[in-house]
Design a protein around this ligand. Structure first.
Ligand code: GUN
Ligand code: ZN
Length: 660
């Protein structure tokens, strides 16, 4: 039922249906006290003034009070709260954490949530404290699993949120995540509030890194109590789809202002630092002289607005492919967040399976930005690429520039001659790969970025490199030299994408690179007049339909392929997207935004496209698009006559906009 529309890191722009509307993720569910008189901002205000479409409230608080309980059963939770949207209810586990016990049985509170018409009911889990010893944590996890199994068997009309516990023990988190994945509609990571309250964010990251890889990718993930806006970007990066917040009123009661950069006590303010609509109307400094209830009321709304705004920024960043940038900028706000970011960089394996093949930009926020998974993957692939060469040299070379290839160093022994490396912000990179993401989108940044640790600049360089300046070719050599460089660059980017054997086989067909006159960058790869590949601003090749044909001839299945169910084949051949539920097989190495061949059961090419899902996700999602088809045989410019170009392929220089 969960559908992914866009993504970055492990974050997803997604949606899923509930009885009271579709929830669009990532989303903040404000915590509403079930008693209307107990909240500054009530259900109707959340809905109409703040545009909130989903919230969370405590079923246990309602249940405990005989009068409220009866009213809720008689009229339903939507009536009691005055909120017409999606209502998730929590089970009382948090009260167990706060007060040490709850006075209700797990089946009783689950049945109650269902009876009052909750859209998402939560299993009553055993809250495991971060410092719980292993034995009691293990017992708690097993007990939560037993209750969740019973809940699954009992469940009514509500969706079921199944909590994941495990304290700080990675194996228990894994066990709990795997079990929840088989039982829940929503997977809710719990037991983290004490880490949040004590700013133990590095351990929070350890918990998320241990949990997230074992959560079913096709289900929404809730992070219980991740309510401070400074954590939203980080939580989303780790795949949090739902967040809940009581911090907007908790901090207001303490007279503190929430900002995505951190918390500011009202009493510490000397300047009007907030320009939000509320504070513009009612300056914060003037508030200091008002009675306490008035101060709390204003701060509650300011805090809520800051939370909602930050979640919008997170969503925007996911759509732009700049979520790492946002996480890094937020990490500068507090030393504990900084430590959490450092811990995040230590877990590239958590991100790599869904790390997009490309993005539109790479903006380093600080030298540590070069520890992002995209760089880790780039460096690993570079090391592999270098192995194919017996000799490499670092020259004072620039990326292939408008001046053209004629000035590139001569290839002394043909296309297999020595490797020439150019300095880039990521360290030396073979000249023919400098336009490739992420190096290619870093071209505006200085190669000798001040403050970049030396081992990061040069540490990854091949020990065989030596700083010999290349000899510029003489005028007569220029043309032949340019041709040799062109062949090497074409081979390099095809090899980067589809491997050495396929690249060599394609090159043997006789491929011709086309360079932009304006920028000197490689824009197309042709065979005769037929465009086979369009090269994006990220330096990476995407096949046209003809290119897909050529590729499928040289790339053995299942490489580069997604296999479509017979029911879907005719639609793909007309250019329609391939839905996940119609994927019958795929190359296990596919990551989001990778260019793929969509084939039928007998490996006949139906179309070429861009994957939205990673390989392991394609066979699990039952909703949404797996591959956006960009070229197909019956396309406008497709068919036998010429090239069906990917979206944007006709723009100007053959620029393509497919990378994120
Ligand atoms: N609210 C905050 N943390 C938790 C948790 O671990 N479990 C449940 N059910 N609710 C919570
Ligand atoms: Zn404000």
């Amino acid at each position: 039922m969960f559908e992914v529309l866009d993504r970055d890191g492990l974050a997803r722009i997604g949606r899923f249906p509930t009885p009271h509307g579709t929830v669009e993720t990532p989303v903040l569910l404000p915590v509403l006290h079930p008693l209307r008189s107990r909240s500054v901002v009530d259900g109707p205000e959340l809905w109409s003034r703040w545009g909130v479409r989903a919230l969370i409230t405590s079923s246990y608080i309602l249940y405990r009070d005989a009068r409220l309980r009866e009213e809720a059963v008689a009229h339903g939770i939507h009536h009691v709260t005055g909120f017409p949207g999606t209502i998730m209810t929590d089970s009382g586990a948090f009260q167990q954490h706060a007060y040490g016990h709850v006075e209700v049985s797990p089946p009783e509170i689950l049945g109650f949530q269902d009876r009052i018409g909750s859209d998402v009911a939560t299993v009553l889990d055993e809250f495991i404290e971060p410092d719980a010893p292993r034995a009691s944590a293990t017992r708690g996890v097993e007990e939560t699993i037993r209750r969740s199994e019973a809940a699954r068997a009992l469940r009514g009309a509500s969706l079921l949120a199944v909590p994941v516990q495990g304290g700080l023990f990675p194996q228990l988190r894994e066990r709990s995540a795997l079990a929840a994945s088989g039982l829940g509609d929503i997977l809710a990571v719990g037991g983290i509030v004490p880490l949040l309250e004590r700013y133990r964010f590095r351990e929070l990251v350890e918990v998320l890194a241990a949990t997230r890889p074992h959560l079913a990718p096709e289900k929404p993930v809730h992070l219980f109590g991740m309510g401070h806006p400074m954590l939203f970007a980080l939580g989303a990066l780790f795949g949090g789809d739902l967040f809940d917040s009581s911090s907007y009123h908790k901090f207001a009661r303490r007279e503190s202002l929430l900002f995505p950069e951190g918390t500011v006590p009202l009493a510490a303010l000397r300047e009007e630092v907030c320009g939000c609509t509320l504070c513009a109307e009612r300056p914060l400094l003037s508030l200091a002289h008002r009675p306490l209830p008035e101060r709390v009321e204003h701060l509650t709304r300011h805090n809520l607005l800051q939370c909602l705004l930050e979640m919008r920024r997170v969503r925007q960043a996911i759509r732009e492919g700049t979520l790492w940038e946002l996480v890094e900028r937020r990490a500068t706000g507090h030393p504990a967040l900084w430590a959490a970011l450092g811990e995040t960089y230590r877990h590239p394996e958590v991100f790599l399976p869904t790390e997009p093949w490309s993005r539109r930009t790479f903006r380093p926020i600080f030298p540590a930005s070069f520890s992002r998974p995209s760089v880790v993957r780039f460096r690993r692939a570079l090391a592999e690429y270098r192995e194919g060469f017996s000799e490499s040299r670092v020259g004072p070379l620039r990326a292939l520039s408008p001046a053209g290839l004629a000035t590139a160093p001569a290839l002394e022994n043909g296309p297999d001659g020595p490797l020439w490396e150019a300095p880039t912000p990521l360290g030396p990179v073979p000249l023919e790969l400098t336009e490739i993401y992420p190096a290619g989108v870093l071209l505006g940044y200085p190669d000798d970025w001040e403050g970049l640790p030396q081992e990061d600049v040069h540490g990854s360089a091949d020990p065989r490199t030596s700083p010999i300046p290349p000899s510029p070719p003489g005028p007569a050599e220029g043309e032949a030299n340019a041709q040799r460089w062109g062949q090497r660059q074409v081979r390099a980017i095809l090899q980067w994408t589809w491997g050495q054997a396929a690249a060599r086989a394609l090159l043997e067909m006789g491929l011709v690179p086309q360079y932009s006159r304006a920028t000197g960058r490689l824009r197309q790869i042709r065979h005769g007049n037929v465009v086979l590949f369009v090269v994006g601003n990220d330096g990476l090749p995407r096949p046209t339909f003809q290119g897909g044909r050529a590729l499928s001839g040289v790339l053995p299945p299942p490489s580069g392929r997604v296999v479509a169910h017979p029911d879907a084949a005719p639609f793909v051949a007309q250019g329609r997207s391939l839905f996940a539920r119609h994927v019958t097989d795929r190359d296990p190495r596919i990551v989001p935004s990778f260019p793929v061949l969509v084939v039928d059961g007998s490996d006949g090419l139906l179309g070429v496209g861009v994957s939205l899902l990673a390989a392991h996700e394609m066979t699990r999602f039952t909703r949404g698009v797996a591959v956006r088809v960009t070229a197909h045989p019956s396309g406008r410019s497709g068919g036998s006559s010429g090239a069906a170009e990917p979206r944007g392929g006709e723009a100007g220089d053959g620029e393509t906009d497919i990378g994120k």
